[in-house]
Design a protein around this ligand. Structure first.
Ligand SMILES: [Cu+2]
Length: 119
């Protein structure tokens, strides 16, 4: 029967699709990410100026709470508003989708950083 003889081809096609999906999933997982420390009492590193971090649009930004005190990540000015909860450990993750310059503050202590998102 013709239909029986076609089935191996169908299996081959399904196998091919499975292989292509298998290749595509790791590519999605390879989204750009950038980790930014949140310490006592600074973003990025303990310096006497407001640090600036440059990333591309679509980057997953991971603020890592490395201090002993409780802090937060809050956009004061920028193309989009987002903020974390008050945290003393772990991460706050946010994917930046709108290009521009964000001024970010820990509203508990007042230290700041700039995040520049390129197109
Ligand atoms: Cu703080």
């Amino acid at each position: 029967m013709r239909s029986l003889r076609r089935k191996p081809l169908r299996s081959l096609a399904l196998l091919l699709i499975a292989v292509l999906v298998g290749l595509a999933v790791p590519a999605l997982a390879a989204q750009h990410s950038r980790t930014i420390p949140v310490g006592d009492f600074y973003f990025v590193k303990d310096v006497n100026h407001t640090p600036t971090v440059h990333v591309r649009k679509g980057t997953l930004v991971k603020w890592h709470f490395v201090g002993f005190e409780t802090h937060n990540v809050t956009v004061l000015h920028g193309p989009a508003k987002f903020h974390s909860r008050d945290k003393d450990h772990g991460f706050y993750d946010h994917t930046v989708t709108k290009p521009g310059t964000y001024l970010i503050e820990c509203t508990i202590h007042g230290f700041k950083m700039r995040l520049v998102v390129a197109k």
